[in-house]
Structures are given as structure tokens and as C-alpha cells.
Design a protein around this ligand. Sequence first.
Ligand SMILES: Cc1cc2nc3c(=O)[nH]c(=O)nc-3n(C[C@H](O)[C@H](O)[C@H](O)COP(=O)(O)O)c2cc1C
Length: 253
Amino acid sequence: MIFYFTGTGNSLYAAQTLAQQKQSLVNITDVAKTKEYNYTLSKGESVGFIFPIYYWGLPTIIEEFLDKLQISNYNNAYTFAVCTCGENIGETMKVLKKRLSARGFQLDSGFSVAMPDNYVILYDIISKEAQHEKVQKADNVLEQISRIIENKEKGVYIINKGMLPGFFTYFVHKFYTLGRDTKKFYVTDTCIGCGKCERICPVNAINMVNNKPEWHGKCTQCLGCIHRCPVNAIQYGDKTIQRGRYINPNVKL
Ligand SMILES: Cc1cc2nc3c(=O)[nH]c(=O)nc-3n(C[C@H](O)[C@H](O)[C@H](O)COP(=O)(O)O)c2cc1C
């Protein structure tokens, strides 16, 4: 059983590739809406967690999910995690392992997979050619991970932590947890009022008011609303207007 979260499809692609019709996929965005936190494993079934890295740490939606998750018949099932990222993940695996352990789950192996970076608030999206190259490299890593998890190999950590991993995970990540304000999101006149952003927001931070989206409170910052808007009408601050948009080319979102 693979639990995944995705804003722009990289983690969905990783989840679909690793599941290969053998494992069921549970979308954490759906869980956040249905509040269905109880799952039952069949005999010998593995558990996987696949999600994007946010500021060298866990997305808040993953933290909330792990706090509530209940798995019947867990019995020390083989458990792995895959973090998709633009480059590196700091000490996230350590943080995840501790969090899982507090809930009675183990972490047997963990991986990071670099994919195109979707943090358009800070950087522009890389060119289509560079995206293609990065996704191809990710395919090789996913193939390797697939073999490892198929064989239920334990203690395998293939991770790019980056420089000063502790500093980024235990200090810089706090700016994410304490931030996540939605005040800088807005919509331009090109908005067609389709309501897709409201429907896909995993944390219900968007409401359509007079046929236009309005943001409220804090969000998990998946940036799905910006990237998946069919007319690129959603902006954040003054930088995203001249930047590209990204959805993993191998998935349907
Ligand atoms: C809020 C935010 C923070 C991010 N922080 C990091 C980071 O610390 N390190 C990194 O390599 N990539 C970072 N990224 C890039 C994403 O982790 C990466 O693009 C990921 O594959 C997106 O997955 P998704 O398409 O499943 O949403 C960040 C993206 C967002 C939106």
C-alpha cells in the first residue's frame, strides 16, 4: 500500500512507477478530505510513503496525515519512503523515521529522487529539455528503488542530503512551518472561473467567491493551484507572472 501526496505530479509519477499494479495507491489529498485514516494491510504487503520535500523537511499535510494514520495488521510490515525533490532533502529521513516510530511504524529504507523543481515562488521552472533529462535520470533511480523494495531490502538509504543537512532541516525548515501564509496568492483577469483551484486544493484554502478564487489562512504550499490552473491566471507576489509552470509530463492530474 503506497500513500502519496503530490502538488504537480512528480510524487504521483514515482508512486505509479513503484506500485506497478501490484500495490494499491492512496492519495493523501483525498484522505485530507474524506478523513479516512484507517487502513488494513494484507499478509506480506509493504507500506510506502511518497511525497515532495518542502524546505528540507516534511510537508505539513504529511505531518498531519502521519499523526492520524492507523494501519491494521501492520505487524512490522516492510516500510519505505521516497521523497521527490528538486535537489536534496537534508535530514528529512531522520525526521520521518522518528515520526513514524512515535506512531508505531518503522522505516526500513529511504530514498530521494531529484525531479524538476516546482518552487516557482523562488525560481523559474527549468526548460522542457532540462525537465526531460531530469525525469529520465529519475527513471533510472526509480528502477533501482523498485528492485530494492521488491526484495524488501532493509537499511538501504539512497539519499542526497545536500550541504549542512542539519542546518537546513532543523533551522531553515521552521520558516516553512511558521510561514505558509496565503496572502500573496491572487488571480489575474484571465481567470475563467472554472473552480479547479478550489477543487484541487488539498487543504481547502481556496473558496470561489463571485466566480473568482480567494485564499484564506495557511496552506501546505504544494503550489498545485499555480501550476495546474488551465489559463495560468494564478500568481504569487510579483515574480510568478514571468515564470513558467510545471506538471510532470508522465501523469494526468
Ligand atoms: C514549498 C516548496 C518547498 C520546496 N523545498 C525543496 C527543498 O527543500 N529541496 C528540494 O530539493 N526541492 C524542494 N522543492 C521542490 C519539490 O520538492 C519538488 O519539485 C517535488 O518533486 C515536487 O513534487 P510534486 O510534483 O509531487 O508536488 C520545494 C517545493 C515547494 C513547493
